[in-house]
Design a protein around this ligand. Structure first.
Ligand SMILES: Nc1nc2c(c(=O)[nH]1)N[C@H]1C(S)=C(S)[C@@H](COP(=O)(O)O)O[C@H]1N2
Ligand SMILES: [Mo]
Length: 509
């Protein structure tokens, strides 16, 4: 077979960089998932993405934004790798130098991870060495040049080409895959399957049948774990074992503490139904979910640590270095702020913070809901600033009253006659007093509220509409129990949550 030398060189570049990345992955397994050059660069991009880009990514790709980022990086790297192969062919060592630059970028990103140690450079170094060696080895075939036509690689049989490029690619993929499997089977996942959950003395209050409207497309009162919205900056879900989990409590406290899983199990658990909400949620958006949680009151843990006067913030850090600042006031005012270990009867799913996370009613997740939490520093808002606050979001962020139409679908066609409009509304800690619906610019009509479970959960509602032919806009708004009605004024989620009325346009035929 005669292979175009340019094609061969480009493939050699891609294979070499692929092998380099795989090597980086495998070595990172021995050090820390956060030291992987590929994921470290991805995390760097997440941490430093301009706010507009972040909002756009969440809007466009939803919860798949991370997969899109990783795939996009893969494509970008493959293109640059192909160019590196081509350049290396023309002049040694330009392609090798590019491979080394990749490795340096990886090393800088890895050593800048919040959890980084010096050893975090190792995967990138190994990655760079493997990349250069594979590239040089693959391009070594050029030594047999075709005398008649120097643009062709001679003496390179189809078999040699496929076995050389193919075997490197296959071995690299296999090693990376095996490494991942080893890491995944490890430990946290296996442990979680067998984990014994605490049994609270008093269970959460039963959910009245009337809390769930049970209409197709309406939001169910409890969100299944698989459907629960997921928002975090973690490109790789931390795989932290309960057996290894430890919460270090320090800062402005009389008693520094280290809590282990067994320590938690020795404490008195509570079970509560709490609706969580993300500040990034757009008006009408899906970033709110409701679950039954079992956990340990944060207040009693803080009492054991004895908070010193003057402190006003709990600065919590997750195992991957993400940080969160929560007002001590809200954690100790009697609400059910907890260190949760269970969600809807199961151990926390890994994506939702296994083995231990915070759940605080009434505060947006970014100022309260630390997943994979391992460190508590009692401090002040003056002294410490959390991850999102550094990026322009609020420091303190109580959840704003919101209401949403869940059915019928927006821009859908519906037959004239009775249509059941259904939706949900939330105003955690205050409770929902009223939801109103308006058709076009007509009068506000009061919707029927489902039974209230508690002021910390969302409340479903329905409204029967006699729909007439034509195009109509339906709008909803909620009033909380303090008497405040949602403002019509639309604001962006940043810094403290979106405001505005949700509406949907329907065509009635
Ligand atoms: N470790 C960690 N915890 C985190 C986050 C994060 O990025 N990292 N994001 C927070 C945000 S912004 C929200 S809204 C909630 C979402 O929790 P969920 O993914 O379980 O729904 O988690 C919070 N806890
Ligand atoms: Mo969030």
């Amino acid at each position: 077979m005669r292979v175009e030398r340019t094609v061969y060189a480009a493939v050699a570049g891609v294979v070499a960089v692929g092998a380099a990345l795989a090597a980086g992955e495998v070595v990172s397994l021995a050090i820390s998932a956060n030291s992987s050059p590929y994921f470290a660069v991805g995390s760097y991009l997440i941490d430093n993405a301009p706010e507009a880009v972040r909002q756009w990514a969440i809007r466009t790709f939803g919860t798949s934004d991370k997969t899109v980022l990783l795939a996009g990086m893969g494509v970008g790297i493959a293109v640059i790798a192909a160019v590196a192969g081509l350049l290396e062919r023309r002049r040694v060592p330009i392609g090798s130098a590019m491979t080394v630059i990749f490795a340096i970028v990886g090393a800088v990103a890895a050593t800048n991870r919040p959890t980084a140690e010096t050893s975090y450079v190792i995967p990138s170094i190994v990655s760079g060495v493997v990349g250069v060696l594979v590239l040089r080895a693959l391009l070594g075939f050029f030594r047999s040049t075709n005398k008649a036509d120097p643009t062709l690689v001679d003496g390179l049989s189809r078999r040699t080409f496929i076995s050389a490029a193919g075997s490197v690619a296959v071995v690299a993929a296999a090693v990376a895959f095996a490494g991942r499997q080893i890491a995944a089977a490890s430990d946290a996942i296996a442990e979680r399957r067998k984990l014994k959950l605490p049994v609270p003395k008093t269970r959460a209050e039963a959910i009245p049948a009337g809390a769930d409207v049970k209409i197709p497309e309406a939001t169910s009162f409890i969100t299944k774990n698989d459907d629960f919205y997921r928002i975090d900056t973690a490109l790789q879900v931390p795989k932290l074992k309960a057996a290894d989990w430890e919460l270090r409590i320090h800062g402005m406290v009389e008693n520094e503490l280290r809590l282990t899983w067994d320590d938690l199990m020795g404490m008195e658990p509570i079970e509560r139904v709490i609706t969580m909400t993300c500040v990034s949620n757009q008006v009408g958006g899906p970033l709110a979910s409701n679950a039954t949680w079992i956990g340990y009151p944060i207040k009693s843990i803080l009492e054991k640590a004895k908070v010193k006067p003057g402190a006003d913030m709990l600065f919590s850090t997750s195992v991957d270095g993400w940080t969160c600042g929560t007002p001590l006031q809200e954690l100790t005012d009697g609400r059910d702020a907890m260190l949760a270990v269970s969600m809807n009867g199961e151990p926390l799913p890994l994506e939702h913070g296994y083995p231990v996370r915070q759940v605080v009613p009434g505060l947006y997740g970014f100022v309260s809901g630390t997943k994979w939490v391992v460190d508590w520093k009692v401090t002040t808002f003056d002294k410490d600033e959390a991850y999102w606050t550094k990026r322009g979001w609020g420091a303190k962020a109580p959840i704003k009253t919101a209401s949403r139409i869940d059915r019928p679908a927006g821009l859908s066609q519906q037959p004239a006659g009775e249509i059941v409009i259904a939706g949900t509304a939330w105003a955690q800690r205050r409770g929902i007093a009223k939801v109103e619906v308006r058709i076009d610019n007509g009068p506000w009509e009061v919707a029927t509220l489902a039974d209230e479970y508690s002021i910390d959960t969302w409340r479903q509602w329905t409204y029967k509409w006699q729909a007439t032919k034509g195009q109509h806009t339906i709008t909803c708004r909620a009033t909380d129990k303090t008497g405040a009605t949602q403002t019509e004024k639309r604001t962006t989620p940043i810094p403290g949550g979106a405001t505005g009325w949700h509406n949907r346009v329907l065509t009635i035929v």
